[in-house]
Design a protein. Structure first.
Length: 361
């Protein structure tokens, strides 16, 4: 596959030259990095990367090709993809094609031959910023920088949620779970079905009444993109639903939306946590779990209500990674226990959710 010169313009005025592979177009987004060494297919199909330009810190991507069964959704939501080297000749018995071809077919702008190590250091020092990939060096850099300063991710959840409800049925049904889809990864539903749950996936626009009408045994609040505080309508519905005290498990964005519905607030992090090697400390016994994470916002611990108890904290920066609620059968985590791709250290949390539904029946 032929490549063409292209440029990455950062909001702080820095410009990188690289090579564009495949789809040729300009792309604007929020520049973030992920430290995952594998799982590039899951990254590319994760709705939580909506309108973001994703930088892979690991230097080589595409070596095991394209494997559709590993996709986390049927769509791609990110704005663009940046890697140091893109493998054009994959080697894996499950591979169904080359990553470069996939990126071109999905109309994803991909920039290679970039010093991703230097780029990651800049993001760590300066913080997450907006960026633009263009195939012509801007004649007026000031105009491009003004464009970047105006860019903001909007209607993130609305753009990635499902269009209509759907149902996944296990071989032996034990429980019915309503999965509220704010940009859900397929791995969450897979873990529930594996444990005998009939999973009814509901759009983000669903009301508390519509979800309760399903007569669910439990509620799953999914992951998703964007600023959690940008979803007041969803938060209001979550609050109404929580008053019914059904067993509830929240992951990532769902973790933050539930807390916000109880009076907490979230704030933007300097560069967030993205990757499959993030340490989460369980406060009850100080045990450290290696987790997969993808978020740029964190709950403000001091804003949590008295009825909330912090259960996990990040081992690097001490941010809130888990919350248990004392006034209702609910718990949430910031990380991804379904870990697609990544470690399965915390998959037991799905069993904890099952146990909670058993106790409630």
């Amino acid at each position: 596959m032929q490549s063409k010169p292209a440029y990455l313009v950062l909001e702080n005025g820095m410009v990188f030259r690289g090579e564009s592979v495949g789809y040729e177009a300009d792309a604007v987004g929020e520049l973030v990095f992920t430290t995952a060494m594998t799982g590039y297919l899951e990254t590319l199909t994760d709705p939580s990367f909506f309108q973001q330009i994703v930088v892979q810190t690991f230097p080589l991507m595409g070596d095991y090709g394209v494997i559709p069964s590993d996709f986390e959704s049927n769509k791609t939501a990110l704005s663009a993809y940046i890697v140091r080297d893109l493998c054009q000749e994959p080697s894996n018995f499950r591979s169904e094609g080359a990553l470069g071809v996939f990126l071109n077919e999905r109309q994803i702008v991909c920039l290679t031959d970039i010093d991703t190590r230097a780029l990651t250091k800049i993001v760590r020092e300066v913080g997450v910023m907006n960026a633009k990939i263009t195939h012509t060096l801007p004649d007026n850099l000031d105009a491009t920088l003004a464009e970047l300063k105006q860019f903001r991710i909007k209607d993130a959840v609305k753009n990635v949620t499902c269009d209509a409800s759907s149902t996944l049925t296990p071989a032996e049904k034990r429980y019915r779970v309503a999965l509220w889809d704010f940009g859900a990864k397929k791995g969450i539903a897979d873990q529930l079905v594996k444990r005998g749950c009939e999973v009814i996936i509901m759009p983000a626009s669903s009301t508390a009444e519509e979800i309760l009408a399903l007569n669910p045994d439990g509620i799953m609040l999914s992951n998703g993109p964007g600023d959690p505080m940008d979803n007041p309508g969803i938060v209001a519905e979550v609050k109404k639903l929580m008053e019914k005290k059904l067993p509830t498990f929240g992951i990532c964005l769902g973790h933050q939306l539930l807390a916000i519905s109880q009076g907490a607030r979230s704030e933007k992090m300097k560069y967030g946590h993205r990757g499959a090697n993030q340490p989460a400390i369980r406060l009850s016994d100080k045990r450290v779990f290696i987790t997969s994470q993808n978020h740029g916002y964190a709950l403000v611990e001091s804003s949590l209500p008295e009825t909330a108890r912090v259960s996990f904290k990040n081992g690097n920066d001490g941010t809130v990674e888990g919350v248990e609620y004392l006034n209702m059968p609910a718990f949430t985590v910031q990380f991804h226990p379904e870990a697609s791709a990544g470690p399965l250290d915390t998959a037991f949390l799905f069993d904890q959710f099952i146990a909670m539904m058993e106790e409630n029946n």
